[in-house]
Design a protein around this ligand. Structure first.
Ligand code: PLP
Length: 428
């Protein structure tokens, strides 16, 4: 097997002794330092990161605005259990100069930004999975009992509690899990699926009371919806009085060229879930939900809580990161670069026999479907060993997701794609 260097190999040897297996199926670099779209590993190899760490760092590694806000927050508070004690400080320097940093300030910002045009409130969490699970609790409370939930085939909503009940992208994820919720599995509304087929798959007693949706499926294979059909489903759920919950953990905060992928719909969601890029690299999740669906407009007190959601450094990082990601010029550029990347990948596809499909809904969440799982794995691996290397990550059975930070330049995209082309040529 090829090696990235002696330090990497030694690290892997130690790692296998002390860390339980998670998702490290492949040999990957051990990152020492990141800078924007670039990484350097412990052996000194350089890599362009076209994964954004699966969407955690939409604004790249170590953005100055986020770092200065975190540093300034350390002058006030670091560890506060914000579900029991609120915190609030006005920053005296850094990117949030003169601004209040508090869970309330962040919730107000999210309420202002999110396209949910109803009375709404925010519930903070520490991750995507825990935010999805909390959103499921909101739905259970809204429907005054345990309703029949629905989610799409190949959905991925996380690996804890209710979120894993809703996930179905890979059977192995459920190996050590017992489902608790009743979840109807419905066909993802991609082209070729008709509204009739979709409705026929809804069990009689399900009535679409609660539907969880990723607008673009991430982990399931960067599956792009037929927007007309997804809009028809959204309308149907509304007519039935059901709840339409959009999991924007991966698609949110500019990834698809709009701040929220939900903006591609004609009708707004009832609940939006955010995480990953929300924390600017620190752990943070949020549920932005209509409050008018809940008895007395709120959750029963103490029915949900936790010690780490909305901790001070994460809140400061998030407020600073939102300044970067809500910039209309960045969103415009993301849409432009997304188009450019799709066109360039289509050109590569025409010359290579290994690519079946290239597509996106918009922005820098691009699907490259390879001819087989094996080719997909080999292409991703080959990219690692080029100089410089390119970090990519698979999705679904045989898709590679191209998701560079939104701050990537056209020149960096050209370089990344030339590395990818070289890796494909060496497969032939
Ligand atoms: N929902 C979606 C759409 C995701 O892509 C992910 C993670 O990849 C999650 C939920 C789970 O988020 P986390 O890994 O933070 O638990």
């Amino acid at each position: 097997m090829r090696s990235l260097g002696v330090k990497t190999d030694a690290y892997y040897e130690r790692m296998r002794k002390v860390l339980f297996s998670t998702t490290i199926e492949n040999y990957r670099p051990v990152i020492r330092k990141g800078d924007g779209v670039w990484f350097e590993d412990i052996d000194g190899n350089k890599f362009l990161d076209f994964t954004s760490q699966v969407g955690i760092i939409n604004s790249g590694q170590r953005p100055e605005e986020v770092i200065s806000a975190i540093k300034e927050q350390t002058n006030f508070t670091t560890g506060i259990i914000s579900n029991d004690f609120q915190f609030s400080a006005v920053h005296g320097r850094g990117s949030l100069l003169g601004e209040e940093v508090s869970p309330v300030a962040l919730a107000e910002k999210l309420i202002e930004l999110s396209p949910v045009p109803y009375p709404k409130k925010v519930l903070f969490e520490v991750s995507g999975a825990t935010a999805v699970s909390a959103a499921a609790k909101i739905c259970i409370s809204a429907r005054r009992g345990a309703p029949y939930f629905a989610a799409f085939d190949k959905a991925f909503h996380g690996r804890h509690g209710y979120s894993l009940d809703l996930s179905s992208s890979k059977p192995v994820h459920k190996l050590l899990h017992k489902d608790g919720l009743m979840v109807a599995r419905l066909p993802f509304p991609e082209s070729g699926v008709t509204f009739k087929k979709f409705i026929r798959s809804v069990p009689e007693d399900c009535r679409l009371e609660v539907l969880f949706v990723e607008i673009v499926q991430g982990e399931g294979g960067i599956n792009i919806p037929d927007l007309k059909l997804l809009n028809a489903i959204r309308r149907y759920v509304k007519e039935k009085g059901g709840l339409f919950v959009v999991d924007e953990v991966q698609t949110g905060l500019g990834r698809t060229g709009k701040l929220f992928a939900s903006e591609y719909l004609n009708l707004p969601p009832d609940i939006i879930i955010l995480s990953k890029a929300l924390g600017g690299g620190l752990p943070l999740g949020a549920v932005i939900s209509r409050s008018d669906i809940l008895p007395k407009g709120d959750l029963p007190q103490s029915a949900h809580s936790g010690t780490m959601p909305a901790s001070p450094l994460a809140v400061a990082a998030s407020l600073a990161n939102l300044k970067i990601l809500t910039n209309p010029d960045l969103l415009k550029e993301t849409r432009k670069l997304g188009k450019y990347m799709v066109e360039a990948l289509l050109t590569i596809a025409r010359m290579s026999g290994h690519i079946l499909d290239v597509d996106n809904l918009g922005g820098l969440m691009v699907r490259v479907e390879m001819t087989s799982h094996d080719i997909c794995e080999k292409a991703v691996q080959n990219c690692l060993f080029r100089e410089p290397g390119l970090l990519l990550i698979g999705a679904g059975e045989r898709t590679i997701r191209f998701m560079p930070p939104l701050t990537v330049t056209k020149e960096e995209i050209d370089l990344g794609l030339s590395i990818f082309r070289g890796a494909l040529n060496s497969l032939a």
